[in-house]
Write a protein that binds this ligand. Structure first.
Ligand code: PBG
Length: 326
């Protein structure tokens, strides 16, 4: 047997050689940090199932947001956690200009101006007493069109409060078109829409339910997608692009990298992927046991998500990774 003519190992022979030929690299500006802000707490409250992640107070959110921007992350995605007594069937605390999320948006818009991209979760589940992402009708079903009317009000309240980008995550049909029309009519023509286009009914959202103190009983299978349906996911992507989405997102990330790839291959707009709470918790827990090395695995997962075609990744590790990449 002669010596092999192709020797790929040549290009792995030194750090400088590996750096030269690196095909996929991460940059801090691609990473978006999801953050939780809670009403009625005096101290940041740790989220037990997400070690290192907290529900922020108004003040601690301002500090953490400034640090994240300083670290170079591309944007911040805010979730509001109202007091239990402020939850109702219509999610009124979400559209109330003095509601926790809108107040926090005003704080951060004032502190940070255009130094970052301020995003808000445009969904009702954090604010409803039943925990669903929409308005529940008499038969107990989530009413699509009535919910879209509330999403428009939510999006306009968030844009009024300083959000540069709204993130409809409730998977109602036509939500992007409704929100685009509503924002335009309110004069918010420059407020962008990050559409959760392909969002699956996933067990990986488990820790998030603790993070937002969710009231949900049951599941979201009448509006979120079945994990096995790839064709349907791409239909959702196409619809959201037609309806005017500025960025489309696939969620969760790691178990859906084929969808990220397929979406990236057809999308004329940027593609985001959300490394969700359960992905964070799973890796954190294994690392805490000493079973895997946290830094190695975090970078590997994010590199994999970007290699699959994501231009932007939402991750609870955004700040840590941005600092390491600096
Ligand atoms: C809905 C929403 C959820 C997440 C982001 N937006 C929860 C759900 O759909 O059940 C999950 C994020 C995560 O798990 O990190 N407002």
């Amino acid at each position: 047997m002669p010596f092999p003519s192709h020797r790929p190992r040549r290009l792995r022979s030194s750090p400088a050689m590996r750096r030269l030929v690196a095909q996929t690299t991460l940059a801090p500006r691609q990473l978006v940090l999801p953050m939780f802000v809670a009403d009625g707490i005096d101290e940041p409250r740790p989220i037990a199932s997400m070690p290192g992640v907290v529900q922020h107070t108004r003040e601690s959110l301002r500090r953490a947001a400034a640090e994240a921007v300083e670290a170079g992350v591309g944007g911040l995605m805010l979730f509001g956690v109202p007091r239990d007594e402020d939850k109702d069937a219509r999610g009124s605390a979400g559209t109330d200009h003095d509601g926790v999320l809108n107040v926090a948006l005003r704080d951060l818009a004032g502190d940070l101006g255009d130094a970052t991209v301020l995003m808000a979760d445009t969904c009702l589940d954090e604010f409803t007493d039943h925990g669903h992402c929409g308005i529940v009708d008499r038969a107990g079903r989530v009413d699509n069109d009535e919910t879209n009317r509330r999403y428009v009000e939510l999006a306009v309240a968030q844009a009024d409060s300083g959000a540069h980008m709204v993130g409809p995550s409730g998977m109602m049909d036509g939500q992007v078109a409704a929100i685009r029309a509503g924002l335009d009519a309110a004069g918010h023509i420059d407020t962008a829409i990050l559409a959760y286009a392909a969002k699956f009914a996933s067990g990986f959202y488990g820790p998030f339910r603790e993070a937002v103190s969710s009231s949900l009983q049951g599941d979201r299978r009448t509006y979120q997608q079945e994990p096995g349906n790839a064709r349907e996911a791409l239909h959702e992507v196409d619809l959201d692009i037609d309806e005017g989405a500025d960025i489309i997102m696939v969620k969760p990330a790691m178990a859906y990298l084929d969808i990220v790839r397929a979406a990236a291959d057809r999308s004329p707009v940027p593609v985001a992927a959300y490394q969700v709470s359960g992905e964070y918790s799973m890796i954190s827990a294994a690392a805490e046991h000493g079973w895997i090395d946290l830094d190695t695995v975090v970078l590997e997962t994010l590199t994999g998500i970007v290699r699959a075609g994501a231009d932007i990744v939402l991750t609870y590790w955004a700040v840590d990774v941005a600092r390491r990449l600096a």
